[in-house]
Design a binder for this molecule. Structure first.
Ligand SMILES: Nc1ncnc2c1ncn2[C@@H]1O[C@H](COP(=O)(O)OP(=O)(O)OP(=O)(O)O)[C@@H](O)[C@H]1O
Length: 285
């Protein structure tokens, strides 16, 4: 499903009169079915950009389109309702929003709000368990008795139970150990592929960008500074330097190797584009 930002600015209310400008003149088109990483330094406005997509933050100027729903500063309740049905949003630490006595009840909450019948709810719960690898034996357990990785799975499954077309994730692997982090990100990548979910993910980890994303939005100072495919990002040394973006471990290793080789042979080093092509050929990326 298409997402478009058209000359959008946004601010937060700081008091009865005072407002803080947070996002300025954003324009971008997110391709349907793409997996887009949103990167940039702390305070760049990444989370605020995600909140624009489901109308948690409204534009002060400009318009946001999600599929055929278009909304501005004067979004109607109806438009916001439609958009929230389409966009599943996982905030940082989504497991903090688990609340029910059993995993089943947590997963059934969204479908119940959408007035599904009991048998539809049952089928949906089973389906999202399959999608997210939650064993049926966990359904009667308290979500609070599960491991951190399992809780995060349940929280994401609860979002999927509302059948969104778009999944918006704010650092979905934050705070997990490396094994659980890999499991969650692999699961999200599979969901994106098999369920054709347009996915946006805020991350600070450039290895995740390389492994999972097709496209990247680079944010700084409340603006979109670049929107490009992953290969073009890592081929653009100026852009990486300007926004102090790390290069992924594999690329950095290869650069160091090539530099050592170049020095040894007194030959030219490979360009970043050639290195990126090498890595893709060798299956690193
Ligand atoms: N509810 C709010 N009220 C006022 N200011 C806010 C609010 N939420 C965020 N801000 C401010 O908006 C700016 C952008 O914040 P945002 O959380 O979107 O950045 P971010 O790039 O996601 O940062 P991080 O990587 O640290 O999560 C920051 O200066 C932040 O302090």
């Amino acid at each position: 499903m298409h997402i478009t930002f058209n000359r959008v600015s946004a601010n937060y209310q700081l008091g009865p009169i005072k407002r803080a400008n947070i996002l300025t003149d954003l324009s971008a088109e997110v391709k349907p079915g793409s997996f887009t990483a949103v990167i940039g330094p702390t305070g760049a406005g990444k989370s605020s950009l995600l909140k624009l997509i489901n109308g948690l933050l409204l534009p002060s100027v400009g318009e946001v389109s999600v599929g055929e729903v278009v909304f501005t500063s004067k979004a109607s309740k109806q438009a916001l309702k439609q958009v929230r049905k389409r966009v599943g949003m996982a905030f940082q630490f989504p497991e903090h929003q688990l609340f029910a006595e059993t995993v089943y009840e947590d997963l059934a909450f969204g479908p119940r709000n959408f007035h599904m019948t009991d048998s539809e709810i049952d089928a949906t719960v089973k389906h999202v368990c399959q999608l997210t690898g939650i064993d049926q034996s966990l359904l009667e357990r308290s979500p609070f008795s599960l491991s951190g990785g399992q809780q995060r799975r349940v929280a994401i499954a609860g979002i999927l139970a509302t059948k969104p077309d778009i999944l918006v994730l704010d650092e979905p692997a934050a705070g997990l150990d490396p094994a659980a982090k890999k499991q969650i990100l692999e699961m999200l990548s599979n969901l994106h592929r098999t369920e054709k979910l347009t996915t946006l993910m805020v991350t600070h980890d450039m290895d995740d960008v390389v492994h999972y994303a097709d496209d990247v939005i680079v944010m700084a100072e409340g603006q979109i500074k670049a929107h490009l495919d992953v290969r073009s990002l890592f081929a653009d040394q100026d852009l990486l330097d300007r926004y102090q973006l790390d290069v992924p471990t594999a690329l950095s290793l290869q650069q160091q190797l090539e530099q050592a080789k170049g020095e040894r042979l007194n030959n030219r080093s490979l360009t970043l584009t050639e290195l990126a092509d090498n890595l893709i050929e060798e299956g690193w990326v």
